[in-house]
Ligand binder design. Structure first.
Ligand code: G4F
Length: 329
């Protein structure tokens, strides 16, 4: 039975990944920071599972990480812990760097010193590309990195570190360069969930909601996948003999306007009646367009996304309508 440490276990990715690992017979250790508020709502169903153990700790604490890694001798570590909100990173560059870069140093050092057999997959990101895009309109493993935010910088530093630990110390460290992944478990301050959650509130108000959704830049384009598809890709990478980085994304890009049309259109509303632009949500610097060329992971590991953008958004809208109606009970 394989033993997997999942950091960021209570996040969107960590929750779905843990489900997948347990379904496939693994034992999951979820690293979790001490908190006085409930941060386990995404993984409540796992807490009593005998293949799931919560381990109190924080990736920014090197002693803590080192001890957990040495004691448990994991087969795999999946690092999903991050300060993952791009806009926040403009205001909190130091905190973002501490979690997203120093945290990765701690994991890689712990593995190097105490558990060299452990394979590490780092959740890297398409934000590392910034505005760079290949002539064919896609980003792949060869596209030069040029991040446009502290978030992207911190993730890029960690991404480079994976290669350094691979080449210098023979650590099995891989980067999953994931494009945007979404689901009903997405945080409320990311654009997809912000929109679907607002739609839920419109429906629950019987279309009488007296407020408009405040949004920033509507021009950017993103390659949105279902989180479950991204989890499947990481699962394949973890269990492959290959120790390398892969781009993971659907290859289909949509503008924010198309996202709004899809989400509001699903309940037959015109998004233009329900939104307004609020400059405070416009970023100092933007990543304009992301579109994954994931042919490498498709060819080498047989990965293929299974859930369309439209089905993803419909699932999120349905979920948020139910949630908003339940809140009225
Ligand atoms: O949903 P977002 O905040 O996601 P973003 O910035 O693309 O980052 C996400 O995907 C990355 C992978 O590419 C991850 F690494 C990262 O951790 C995160 O998961 O914003 C999407 C787009 C941006 O262009 C943003 O400017 O939506 C635009 N946007 C417009 N109005 C807004 C808003 N984004 C947010 N969050 N809130 C708005 O009101």
């Amino acid at each position: 039975m394989t033993k997997i440490l999942v950091t960021g276990v209570n996040g969107q990715f960590g929750g779905y990944f843990s489900d997948k690992a347990i379904e496939n017979g693994s034992t999951v250790f979820g690293l979790i920071r001490r908190s006085s508020v409930d941060t386990l709502y995404r993984i409540k169903h796992l807490v009593d599972n005998n293949r799931f153990t919560l381990v109190e700790g924080d990736i920014t604490d090197s002693y803590n990480v080192s001890k957990v890694v040495e004691e448990n001798q994991f087969d795999f570590i999946v690092n999903g812990a991050a300060q993952s909100h791009v806009m926040s990173s403009f205001d909190s560059p130091l905190f973002t760097t501490q979690v997203n870069y120093l945290g990765v140093i701690n994991i890689l050092e712990a593995v190097r010193q105490h558990s060299k057999h452990t394979k590490v997959v780092q959740c890297s990101t398409s934000e590392m590309f910034g505005s760079n895009i290949n002539k064919d309109g896609f980003q792949n493993e060869s596209t030069p990195f040029s991040p446009n935010s502290s978030y992207g910088c911190s993730k890029l530093a960690s991404h480079h570190l994976l290669r350094i630990y691979r080449d210098a110390f023979g650590i099995k460290a891989c980067g999953a360069i994931m494009f945007n992944y979404e689901s009903p478990k997405r945080g409320l301050h990311f654009i997809t969930r912000k929109i679907t959650n607002f739609i839920g509130r419109i429906v629950a108000s019987d279309f009488q909601l007296k407020e408009k959704l405040q949004l920033g830049n509507l021009e950017s384009k993103r390659d949105w996948s279902h989180c479950k598809d991204s989890v499947n890709a990481v699962w394949l990478l973890l269990h492959s003999d290959k120790v390398k980085d892969y781009v993971i994304g659907s290859g289909i890009t949509h503008s924010i306007i198309e996202l709004l049309e899809t989400a509001f259109g699903y309940i037959k509303l015109d998004y233009k009646d329900w939104i307004e632009i609020n400059p405070s949500f416009i970023r100092p610097l933007e990543v304009e367009e992301l579109r994954a060329d994931s042919s490498l992971i498709r060819q080498e590991l047989g990965w293929c996304p299974t859930i369309s953008f439209e089905d993803l958004i419909r699932e999120m809208v349905d979920y948020d309508i139910k949630l908003a109606l339940k809140a009225l009970d």
